[in-house]
Design a protein around this ligand. Structure first.
Ligand SMILES: *Cc1c(COP(=O)(O)O)cnc(C)c1O
Length: 431
């Protein structure tokens, strides 16, 4: 009873120097809730009354947003549940610089309205010389639905049966296409399609021929498909959904299509995501001929799919700027990763933790390079660490294999190695 009476009143805790400025930074409600939670703990005898302010301060989030940074040690380079590609520092700087008022749609020399997103468009066509023009929308699905609406609503999209892809979380490309009012004209079989199948399906109702990259599965065995170079011989526009957003071929991902080669091979329009292998923000890229891109840009739906200045800024900095974290992760060698894993494991063993270093196999994930195994290295820990690390103050997402928790380093920036050590050591004390 006595201790309870010593619990400081809310206003007194809020006035504590430890919480100085917190409400300005995070908002009153967030701080008040942290104080109430700490008072509650003290009431239940879990906290000495004089530590209420310190406990409230410790419980405050870093930002006014509930989402938190998570270290991706899952071995899946582009993890959809972790927001796919991490932005580069250059892209983060660009977002910061434009987050206030910016000249996103103003020509500063004339003082008049300027073309929205011009810099981003220029960056894309500089990076992909085979593209005459470019347009950016919200995501890959939006790019595809704008193309289908503007070029094929009320008409037919000719598409191979083996390319009727479900991307994930129940999202199916055929459903998206028909939702725009276009009809699907499926050709070939699950495993095989020939140019003649497309030829037979073309008619006055054809809007375009669509080629979809099977970005999350592989069909092997008795298969045949038709290349963009062959499709271009047909009397219809060719749209290629390449998915992952590689602008140029990547040596480690030889089967992954890229925008430059796909357009050079004769596609009239390429659609792709910004936050997969391109390593940028969530966005949908449309690259292609002046004629088609102009039609898309002028379609009323384009306004509904328009991206904000933050996306435009991050995307331009991604395309023009230095290698992205995703590109850097792909460039890491197994030897360098194993070396890091050994050092981290040794530091953890010094703290009495049962840690080891091991080779590992990472994947691209996030709808790119299915079946590609990326040789990597991991720290292995007792399985109980998986939950403890996931719920740590700086959460770390690993994976459990054969009763060990693996922290795969492929997608972890070397600058986070210290955080991995500290977080694992702290998790050991809590479990
Ligand atoms: C990922 C993907 C999409 C969807 O892109 P989002 O950016 O997730 O909307 C469409 N097509 C293919 C081939 C993809 O890989």
């Amino acid at each position: 009873m006595d201790a309870r009476r010593r619990i400081p009143a809310t206003d007194r805790v809020l006035a504590d120097p430890l919480l100085h400025g917190a409400a300005d930074r995070l908002g009153h409600d967030v701080v008040r809730r942290a104080v109430h939670d700490a008072q509650q703990q003290a009431r239940h005898g879990h906290l000495p009354p004089e530590q209420v302010a310190a406990a409230a301060r410790a419980a405050l989030p870093d930002t006014a947003c509930g989402m938190r940074r998570v270290i991706n040690a899952s071995g899946v380079l582009l993890h959809t549940n972790l927001g796919r590609a991490p932005l580069s520092d250059a892209a983060i700087d660009a977002v910061r610089a434009t987050a206030g008022t910016s000249d996103v749609e103003l020509d500063l020399t004339t003082g008049r309205r300027g073309p929205r997103g011009r810099g981003t468009r220029d960056a894309l066509i500089d990076a992909v010389p085979a593209a005459e023009d470019a347009h950016v929308v919200n995501n890959g699905a939006a790019a595809l639905s704008l193309a289908a609406t503007a070029l094929a609503a009320g008409r037919e999209i000719v598409l191979a049966r083996g390319e009727l892809v479900e991307i994930g979380d129940g999202f199916r490309i055929p459903d998206l296409l028909t939702a725009t009012g276009a009809r699907l004209r499926e050709v070939g079989t699950t495993n095989r399609v020939h140019l003649a199948d497309y030829q037979d399906a073309l008619g006055p109702d054809t809007g375009f021929v669509l080629k979809v990259h099977p970005s999350n599965f592989r069909i092997t065995g008795f298969t045949s498909h038709v290349t963009v170079a062959e499709l271009r011989t047909l009397p219809a526009p060719v749209v290629a959904d390449i998915g992952s957003g590689l602008l140029h071929p990547h040596p480690k991902l030889p089967a992954e299509p890229d925008a430059q080669r796909t357009l050079a091979a004769g596609a009239d329009l390429v659609t792709a995501s910004g936050d997969k292998l391109l390593g940028g923000p969530q966005a949908g890229l449309l690259l292609g001929t002046t004629d088609l891109i102009t039609r898309l840009r002028r379609h009323p739906l384009a306004r509904a799919l328009r991206v904000d200045k933050l996306t435009l800024a991050a995307l331009e900095a991604t395309v023009r700027g230095p290698a992205t974290p995703t590109a850097r992760a792909l460039a890491r060698t197994p030897a360098e990763l194993l070396d890091r894993a050994r050092r981290i494991a040794a530091a953890l063993r010094d703290r009495g933790i049962d840690a080891d270093a091991h080779d590992s196999t990472a994947t691209v994930g996030g709808g790119g390079a299915p079946g590609v195994e990326l040789p990597s290295a991991a720290i292995t820990l007792p399985a109980r660490f998986a939950t403890a690390l996931r719920t740590a103050p700086t959460p770390v997402l690993g994976r459990v294999e054969q009763d060990r928790c693996l922290l795969d380093l492929l997608a972890v920036a070397p600058t986070d190695d210290h955080t991995l050590i500290d977080t694992t050591a702290a998790a050991d004390r809590c479990t």
